[in-house]
Design a binder for this molecule. Structure first.
Ligand code: 5GP
Ligand code: ZN
Length: 114
């Protein structure tokens, strides 16, 4: 999508600290980190929200999760623990309408989330 900020990051049209990339996904550090580790995992293809992802994308969604766990390991979180978050629509806190997983770690997190 031409104007989507995460599509632009995936196409390298705007800079980001990319920590992992393959044919299907890109992982990059969040510009406004909420924890010592805060990385976003996005698909290279554009889906505005998780509501827009069909059953045919099951493998892509699984891949995003596995990439998040791989980045967690690379960032030393494997044994300490970490949180994976996906916000869907505004009431959940979604602000960028290109699906992404947040990988958060390096501090303790409260539950339930705010
Ligand atoms: P959401 O609120 O949609 O769940 O998460 C969007 C995340 O994207 C936020 O944590 C925000 O800080 C991050 N973000 C927004 N714009 C940019 C950007 O241009 N670069 C990077 N690296 N992160 C961004
Ligand atoms: Zn996009």
């Amino acid at each position: 999508m031409a104007e989507c900020i995460f599509c632009k990051i995936a196409r390298k049209e705007i800079p980001a600290k990319i920590v992992y990339e393959d044919r299907q996904v890109v992982a990059f550090d969040d510009i406004n980190a909420q924890a010592p580790v805060h990385t976003l995992v996005i698909p290279k293809s554009h889906f505005a929200t998780f509501n827009d992802v069909g059953a045919e994308e099951e493998a892509l969604l699984g891949h995003m999760m596995l990439v998040a766990t791989r980045v967690a390991r690379d960032k030393g979180l494997h044994d300490k623990g970490y949180r994976l978050v996906a916000n869907c629509l505004e009431s959940a806190g979604q602000s960028v309408f290109h699906i992404h997983l947040h990988l958060l770690g390096g501090r303790r997190f409260a539950w339930p989330p705010g």
